[in-house]
Design a protein. Sequence first.
Length: 348
Amino acid sequence: GSEVQVMVQLIKDHYAVVSILQQQQQQGGKQQSGKAGKAAAAAAANGPHQQQQQHIGIGFLARGDLNIQGSAGKESRRFSRGQILNAKVAAAAAAETGYRLLLELAQPIAAAAVGKGSGKAAAAGAAKPTTGGLVSATVVAVHELELEMICGKAGSSAHLHVSEFQERLTELPSHSLLSDYKPQQTLTAAWLGHVKGLGNRRGKDTQLSLRPSALAAAKQGGDKVKISPVVSTSDLHPNLKVIGWVCGMTNDALWLSLAPEIKGRVHVLESGDSPDQLSVPFEDRFNIGQAVAAVVLGIDHKHHTLDLSLRSDRLRQSVSDPPAAAAAAAGSAATAAADALPAAGQLI
C-alpha cells in the first residue's frame, strides 16, 4: 500500500513499465562564489529548492483496469512515455508475481508531453547513456530472444539480444542463455546504441552487450569507442557456420535471428536431410527461441536477404572462421570468373 511516484517508460498492450522515482532536494541557501553562485541565486529566486529525480527501480502498472473508476481509470488507458504518475504498491516482487513489483494507479500528478525535450525535463537533467560506455541496466522482461531493460538514471529503454551474452558461438550453447535472468535483476552492460543490419539499415531499438570483450572495451575506452555487435554483415560469407535462434515460422520458411538486427531465412527444403524430416511442420520440429546451427548460403545486400541452410552435409563442409569463409568465397568467385573467360584461340 505504500505510495510511490513513477515515470512511464514502456507501454505494452495490457501494462506499462514504470521507473520508480526518488526526489532529491537541493537547498538554495548555501553561499557560492562566481558563476556557480549566480546560478544558485537564480535557482533560489525561483523557489526555496530544486528537485532532481533519480530512477531507483522498476514496476509494472496495469492498463485499462476495469476496477479503476473515474479519472484514474481514464488515465490508465492513455499513458504516454515520460508521464509522471502517483501509484501505490499492490504486490511486492516475489516468485508469485514473477519477481515483478506490481503497482496500482492513483491520480497522475503531471503529464509530461511526449515531444521535444520531454525526456530531459522528466529526468531532471539525467544524461542518456552514450555509445561505447558502461551502464547499469535493470531487467524489465525476459523474452524468447532478448531481455528488455531500463538503463541509467535517465531510465532509457534498451534490449539485450541473446547473441550478446557470450563471444561469437561456433557450437550450440549447452543451455538457454536467458534462463538465468529474471525481472528486477540489475546488470552492468556495454551500450551499443542503434546497430545496423542487412543493407546497412539502422535498427530502431537501442542494444546492449554482456560480451566480455564489449565490457572490456567500454571500460577502457569510455564514451569514445564504437563497439560492434557480435555478428555484423561484414562477417557473413557463403559457407560460414553460424548459430541462430528461431524467431519465426511460415509455411515455407524458418526464420533465424543471428544478431540484434540480422535475420536469416531457411527455406523448407534446406531445413532437413530427408523427405521424412521435411514433411514434419516447422512448429513440430522447432520452438521459438531455440538455438540451431546453420550455414550461410548467400547474402543479397540489394534486397536485404540472408539465406541459410540446416542440412548436415553443408554443416560438415562449413567453416567457423569469418576470414576463412571470406577467403574461400573470394577464391570461388575468382575461379568462376576465370572459367567464364574464353580459352586462348577459342572462337567467341
